[in-house]
Design a protein around this ligand. Structure first.
Ligand code: MRU
Length: 337
């Protein structure tokens, strides 16, 4: 099972709004279906969005052919996919990679999308090994307690996972004592998706409220925190799911490593620092309601940023498929290149 997959002649998405209770797929035949899936988080997670964006260009070309769109209409539809969510750079990256190949024909674009998907999977496995090696060397400990935030597993990628991939690697080596999975308010990517993946992989875990993370870290129950990323700036500032910064601050205070695990496609050298990363503001109903039921007074308005930015100062290292960037030793993506 894959979150993002090309089946026969179309894109198929695992509907992540239904997990863990139902396994349902969305058969994407039109651009609007893909845009809706991205906005509703039926497909989500930066690397999965990158692959979906690339396949989405093929969807636009196929729909355009069926419906006799002009070149301008095709361009507009592709732009709709690119702009469906602003923070994860991988979405724009995937669309742009595919867009460059349009002049070579639809089949070349599809081939490229498959390549992006396969390279994501291969890269994730490398990150898993790099991350696990780094942690075991650093902590010099056999049984490790990990805290993670949001979902970074096979659902958020094309297979395996980024931060979750490191957890899988550690588990396969017999090094996981416990995984603390933040529930990840407001859309519960932790309690719905990460917990589901932890169950699938038979990894011992506890789901905790986001607000419990800092005290759990300061009470020394956690050895290392691992998160994914939606955009990493040239100076290593990192945007990720709202609540990641609180975890980083607690790790800094507790003097334990805070690691970002992400593919190279998440590094955006054109963004110099986190200050210029656009943070997606989502509908306040996600905060004011719970499970579709209003909980806040009708008079209240909500504030719902979907991401935060962790300054480089609080990041120990960034793990990509090319190796480890030791941010706490002054390395950054920009200086490395
Ligand atoms: O809003 P989401 O669920 O798309 O946010 C996802 C995250 O913040 C992930 O941590 C990030 O995309 C990395 S996924 C490997």
């Amino acid at each position: 099972m894959r979150a993002v997959e090309w089946v026969d002649d179309h894109l198929r998405l695992l509907d992540q709004t239904k997990i863990p209770h139902q396994i349902e797929f969305i058969e994407v035949l039109k651009v609007d279906q893909l845009v809706d899936a991205i906005v509703s988080l039926a497909v989500r997670g930066a690397p999965a969005l990158g692959a979906a964006g690339a396949y989405g260009v093929v969807t636009a070309l196929d729909q355009g052919k069926k419906e006799n769109w002009s070149e301008k209409e095709i361009e507009e539809q592709i732009l709709k996919i690119r702009n469906a969510r602003p923070t994860a750079v991988n979405l724009a990256w995937g669309v742009d990679q595919a867009h460059k190949l349009i002049s070579q024909g639809r089949d070349q674009v599809l081939k490229l999308a498959h390549k992006i998907s396969q390279e994501d999977e291969d890269g994730n496995k490398k990150m898993g090994k790099f991350g696990a090696d780094w942690i075991l060397k650093k902590l010099n400990k056999q049984k490790i307690n990990v805290l993670t935030h949001c979902n970074t597993g096979m659902l958020a990628t094309t297979e395996w996972g980024t931060a979750f991939g490191v957890i899988r690697e550690l588990h396969s080596r017999g090094n996981i004592e416990m995984v603390y999975a933040d529930e990840t308010r407001p859309l519960l990517q932790g309690s719905r998706l990460t917990a589901w993946e932890l169950v699938q992989n038979k990894i011992p875990h506890l789901v905790l409220a986001d607000g419990a993370a800092a005290s759990t870290i300061l009470r020394k129950k956690v050895d290392v925190a691992l998160i994914g990323a939606d955009r990493i700036a040239a100076n290593a500032d990192t945007a990720n799911k709202i609540g990641s910064l609180s975890v980083a601050l607690a790790c800094y205070e507790a003097k334990i490593p805070f690691l970002v695990v992400a593919p190279e496609s998440t590094i955006d050298l054109s963004t110099k620092s986190g200050d210029s990363i656009e943070i997606e503001l989502r509908n306040d109903s996600e905060i004011l309601e719970f499970n579709g039921k209003r909980v806040a007074p009708l008079e209240s308005r909500g504030y719902n940023p979907a991401f935060d930015v962790t300054p480089a100062k609080y990041i120990s290292a960034i793990v990509t498929e090319l190796g480890v960037i030791e941010v706490s030793k002054g390395e950054t993506p920009e200086k490395r290149k």
